[in-house]
Design a protein around this ligand. Structure first.
Ligand code: NAP
Length: 291
């Protein structure tokens, strides 16, 4: 059966919002975007009734407990939203025989690798947020082997809270900033991830089998320091940036030192080439400045 009605959770998040923006360009689909007030992931027992009333052909779950540091102390809620709720959505999708797409994170890995993480690399999270996302992956797969998991990293958008918007603000307010320079990863423009997700659904609609784990991030790798330096250059700001080490910027949740994702699987499956993060950043900042 072709996918027509797509239920998107987390409508006010970066990715949920970008999917909402793209909806206009995909008239073949009917999008039902729900926010926390309409579908609260901390109450999995309420999902069945809500989902049956919408009768979607596919669910895209962008909602998540994403406060990495806060999750170290708000453990129960983080686990319910990122693991128990994801399993329940997967179970319901299996019952309805519809695709279920959910997102995970580079933080499921320990950061000790020297090469980009493959979809098949064993998960070994170093913080509680990563543990909840890893549990969500496993628990969803347990009840629905067709679950589609897209791991992503360092997400930014013109909407919501993210590193790009924080840096643009702080660089205007302060004369200098200390930025961690020893963590490596791949920034991801939520708009590009939203597009790839819809390309996945289009591929399924023409009979392609898609399931299991995929990685999506913009091309190229960087550090938070170099990411910030690029933001500064594009914005034409003068704030001094000082590179610092992770050990000099203690946070409640430990961060993996290296979390570069290998995206070849999704590129080959969908026959797409993913934009470089610097180009994606320029587009996003242009959008921020015109809003
Ligand atoms: N952001 C990143 O850097 C990053 C990195 C790796 C992976 N990911 C993953 O990518 C996916 C999309 O992330 P994102 O960047 O779009 O996250 P985001 O901007 O933080 O948005 C998350 C959304 O989830 C919603 N949410 C939180 N708790 C909820 C609940 N109990 N019930 C319903 N909705 C709830 C939030 O609602 P409110 O607006 O009401 O707070 C928010 O709109 C997530 O699975 C995330 O774990 C993100």
């Amino acid at each position: 059966m072709a996918i027509h009605t797509i239920l998107v959770t987390g409508a006010n998040g970066q990715l949920g919002w970008e999917l909402g923006q793209l909806a206009k360009s995909y008239p073949a689909f009917k999008f039902v975007l729900v926010d926390r007030s309409e579908l609260d992931l901390s109450f999995p027992e309420t999902f069945e009734k809500i989902i049956h009333s919408i009768a979607p052909d596919c669910i895209i779950n962008t909602a998540a407990y994403t406060a990495v540091d806060k999750s170290e102390t708000e453990k129960e809620l983080a686990f319910t939203v990122n693991a128990t709720a994801v399993q329940e959505l997967a179970r319901i999708c299996k019952g309805l025989a519809i695709p279920f797409i959910t997102y995970s994170t580079d933080y499921v890995f320990n950061g000790e690798a020297a090469h980009p993480y493959l979809c098949s690399t064993k998960m070994d999270p170093v913080n509680y947020y990563g543990s909840t996302k890893a549990a969500g992956e496993s628990m969803a797969m347990e009840v629905n082997e067709n679950t589609i998991i897209i791991r992503t990293s360092w997400v930014f958008s013109s909407h919501g809270n993210n590193f790009v918007k924080t840096m643009m603000r702080l660089m205007k307010e302060r004369e200098s900033l200390n930025i961690v320079a020893d963590q490596k990863g791949r920034p991801t423009y939520a708009k590009d991830l939203a597009k790839a997700t819809l390309q996945m659904i289009e591929a399924m609609n023409v009979g392609k089998t898609i399931n299991g784990v995929y990685h999506f991030a913009n091309t190229g790798e960087t550090t938070w320091f170099d990411f910030a330096a690029k933001i500064k250059a594009i914005a034409g700001l003068t704030c001094a940036l000082n590179p610092i080490e992770t050990k000099d910027f203690p946070t409640p949740a430990k961060r993996p030192a290296y979390s570069v994702l290998d995206t070849s699987n999704i590129e080959q499956t969908l026959s797409i080439s993913i934009p470089h993060w610097e180009d994606a950043l320029s587009s996003c900042m242009k959008e921020i400045n015109t809003n």
